[in-house]
Every structure is written in structure tokens, then in C-alpha cells.
Ligand binder design. Structure first.
Ligand SMILES: Cc1cc2nc3c(=O)[nH]c(=O)nc-3n(C[C@H](O)[C@H](O)[C@H](O)COP(=O)(O)O)c2cc1C
Length: 224
């Protein structure tokens, strides 16, 4: 039966309602205030490119996996350097059908998400394992933990590749710092990374390091 003025129970109930309402209102306000840049990028184009002269006998496949796009440019820079060293290089997204048998060497590249390489690069390795075992293969990753370059973070970055190394051995491994752009990831990821993990936005790709690695890699792939 209703009483007036409300008893203790009714007051507690009201308090909970007001609290819940306030919480919902705050969440709604946060969504409105949140910069539009934190919306996810969708339907990203995954380009394919070829570098080097058609008549090159040595063909290298650089196959990449990305979510926000920064790994594409790293793969392309590596492809260009390898071609300059005397090879025909195809740079392709891992999701496109690729015949590994057409190549004498393969370079795998992946962005890192939540402590792991992207699942499609893992699938690619598992699917093509028998063919990949017969040719030299290298691997690079693009991640943000290396924005502070110290022994602990290098070990952590190296550990991201471990599941791939359990399947295959690599002639070389490149650990590169990547790019974080909240506008190119979905709202929830951007919110967590910004407010909980605290990784700042920025393009930290070290093109000199990437180019030097690729230049050296050309000879390693050919001499294997
Ligand atoms: C949801 C999410 C999770 C991430 N997790 C990691 C991580 O565990 N370790 C790390 O070093 N970097 C992490 N990063 C940073 C990305 O690896 C880095 O931004 C990379 O450049 C992304 O490559 P992409 O632009 O090709 O997708 C993460 C980024 C996002 C958006």
C-alpha cells in the first residue's frame, strides 16, 4: 500500500532510479560529446601493387594483414626496397587469393591487435605451410608497444610472433612501431585505448628502420 510521505524503502528505490537515470544520461552525453573522430573506418580499400621489372627471375610476395591501414604502407615500402635490390615484388592483402607456388620467397606482415597477429595471417600460414616450408620466409609486425623502445617491450613485441614461429621458421623478423589514429578504429576500441590503456595517437613508423631492414632482407632471401 502506498504511503505519504514515502517510507524509507520508497526513498531508497527512488534514489536507485535517479542514480540509474543519471548514469544513462552521462553515457548518452559522453557519446554526444565524444569526438566524431572516434567512429570506426569501414570498407577500407586493400590495395595490391607490384614493383620491379617483369623479367626478374626472383619473385617475392609481400602479404599483409591490417585493420586500420598503417601496415599497408609499411608493406609497400618493404616491397619497393626489395624490388630495388633486384626482384619482382607483389604486395598483396592476405585476404586476396594468392598462390604461394608462384614465388621464390615470401614476407608476411601483420598489424597487432590485443597481443596477437591478425587471425588471417595465422590462417594463411597454416593453409600454405607445406609450400612456405620450401622457400625463405620473413615476417614483420607493426605495433605500438615499441613506442617506448626498451628490452621489455622488444621482448613483448617479439612474443607476438611466437605463434607464427611455432608453425614456421623465419630468415628474419622485423618489429616496427606503427600508427594509431582513433578516427580509424571503432568507438569502443578508441574509448578503451584512449581512456584506459592510455596509448596516445600518432604515426610512429620509423621509415629508416623499415627501409634498412628491407634492404638487408633482400640479400637474406636470395642467399637462403
Ligand atoms: C584495438 C587495438 C588493439 C591493439 N593492440 C595492440 C597490442 O596488443 N600491442 C601493441 O603493441 N599494439 C597494439 N595496437 C596498436 C596497433 O598494432 C598499431 O596501431 C598498428 O599500427 C595498427 O596497424 P594497422 O593500422 O595496419 O591496423 C592495437 C591497436 C588497436 C586499435
Amino acid at each position: 500500500m502506498k504511503t505519504f510521505p514515502p517510507g524509507k524503502d520508497a526513498t531508497v528505490k527512488n534514489y536507485h532510479r535517479v542514480y540509474l537515470f543519471g548514469l544513462l544520461l552521462s553515457l548518452f552525453a559522453a557519446l554526444l560529446i565524444m569526438p566524431a573522430t572516434t567512429r570506426a573506418a569501414t570498407d577500407m580499400e586493400l590495395p595490391q601493387s607490384s614493383y620491379g621489372r617483369e623479367n626478374q627471375a626472383f619473385k617475392i610476395l609481400v602479404v599483409y594483414a591490417t585493420r586500420a591501414g598503417s601496415t599497408i604502407e609499411v608493406a609497400q615500402a618493404i616491397g619497393k626496397k626489395l624490388a630495388a635490390g633486384g626482384a619482382l615484388v607483389d604486395v598483396k592483402p592476405v585476404k586476396k587469393a594468392v598462390n604461394v607456388k608462384d614465388y621464390q620467397a615470401v614476407v608476411l606482415g601483420s598489424a597487432i591487435r590485443r597481443g596477437a597477429v591478425l587471425p588471417e595471417i595465422m590462417d594463411f600460414v597454416k593453409t600454405n605451410k607445406e609450400d612456405l616450408k620450401d622457400i625463405p620466409v620473413a615476417c614483420f609486425i607493426v605495433c605500438m608497444i615499441l613506442r617506448e623502445d626498451n628490452e621489455q617491450n622488444r621482448a613483448k613485441a617479439a612474443s607476438y610472433i611466437k605463434p607464427l614461429q611455432d608453425e614456421l621458421s623465419f630468415v628474419d623478423v622485423g618489429l616496427f612501431t606503427g600508427k594509431l589514429d582513433y578516427a580509424k578504429i571503432n568507438f569502443i576500441d578508441a574509448f578503451i585505448i584512449k581512456y584506459f590503456i592510455g596509448t596516445p595517437e600518432g604515426d610512429l613508423r620509423d621509415w629508416r628502420k623499415i627501409n634498412d631492414w628491407a634492404e638487408n632482407l633482400g640479400a637474406e632471401l636470395k642467399n637462403k
